[in-house]
Design a protein around this ligand. Structure first.
Ligand code: NAD
Length: 284
């Protein structure tokens, strides 16, 4: 058996086409969604992520601007800027690119963003809304994963989903979204004993560890759906996921590649959240 590959690249492209039309319709009503990205310091990975977000926004007609700040900016100044953006009626979505320099509290920054402009879906108010199943901005990577699963009509109800990783931006929220879809969810993490005992019982396996090739075919149940969130750069410069794709592809029923898997979906969901923020404003 060879798994069907769910291409995040293709699905994200399809979603961007749909969103482009939606934005054109909104424009006719005088609404142009606006995303403001705040980039602190000059971390090359962050810069490249921000570039990708700008490019994708442009493609669908979302207006975007990037505010670049020096790594030495005092925390208070950054918080003041966020307050200003919160009040700016032209700004629908605010995204502060993480990680931030050590002297700035990421949590404080996230909690300063108006939850109605929190297109990353990281604000505790939005996380809470997600937990109780209310309509809200969902965190982009988990939202992208759910969209990938739904794009193939993969049944979630009653299935055993095993999530490896418990970060606030991927592991925890993706498990919650799967629970909201009536899956039975198990979380594994760095302190889990006998990881294979859990992974081999998963109908749906979400892997968000951040280490190359932690899982191989032996860790996967026959016919499982495998979503590889990890992005690891090998010494050779090659990008790879957390799952040994070559071996896992023969065991799974569906699998996502790295690159061109979950990554492009994350950006597409950011655009979706920005459009949602712009529409929300219209209804107020
Ligand atoms: P993180 O470092 O915050 O969390 C990693 C998690 O993995 C932790 O909860 C830890 O307990 C667990 N873990 C570590 N080693 C383990 C092991 N040997 N066995 C089991 N669990 C283990 O990372 P994160 O922010 O959640 O990101 C995870 C990966 O996903 C990274 O590679 C990151 O680059 C990638 N990522 C991709 C996207 C995307 O859009 N594709 C978005 C966010 C993160």
């Amino acid at each position: 058996m060879s798994a069907e590959i769910i291409s995040g690249k293709d699905l994200a492209q399809e979603l961007r086409l749909n969103m482009k039309q939606e934005v054109e319709e909104l424009r006719k009503e005088g609404i142009t969604p606006q995303l403001t990205v705040v980039l602190v310091g000059d971390n090359p990975a962050s810069k490249s992520y921000v570039k990708g977000k700008e490019k994708a926004a442009k493609e669908v007609g979302i207006s975007s601007s990037v505010i670049e700040l020096p790594a030495t900016i005092p925390e208070e100044e950054l918080l003041q800027l966020i307050h200003k953006l919160n009040q700016d009626k032209e700004v629908n979505g605010i995204l502060v690119q993480l990680p931030l320099p050590d002297h700035i509290s990421e949590q404080k920054v996230i909690e300063t963003i108006n939850p109605d402009k929190d297109v990353d879906g990281f604000h505790p108010v939005n996380i809470g809304r997600m937990m109780i199943g209310e309509d809200t901005f969902l965190p982009c990577t988990p939202y992208g994963i759910l969209t990938m699963l739904k794009s193939r009509n993969i049944q979630l109800e009653g299935k055993h989903a095993v999530v490896i990783g418990r970060s606030n931006i991927v592991g925890k929220p993706v498990g919650q979204l799967l629970l909201n879809e009536n899956a039975t969810v198990t979380y594994c993490h760095s302190r889990t004993k006998d990881l294979r005992n859990f992974t081999t019982k998963a109908d749906i396996l979400i892997v968000a560890i951040g280490k190359p090739n932690v899982l191989t075919a032996e860790d996967i149940k026959d016919g499982a759906v495998v979503i590889d969130v990890g992005i690891n750069r090998l010494e050779s410069g090659k990008l790879t996921g957390d799952v040994d794709f070559e071996s896992a592809v023969s065991r799974a029923s569906y699998i996502t590649p790295v690159p061109k898997g979950v990554g492009p979906m994350t950006i597409a969901m950011l655009l979706k959240n920005t459009i949602k923020a712009a529409k929300g404003l219209e209804n107020r």
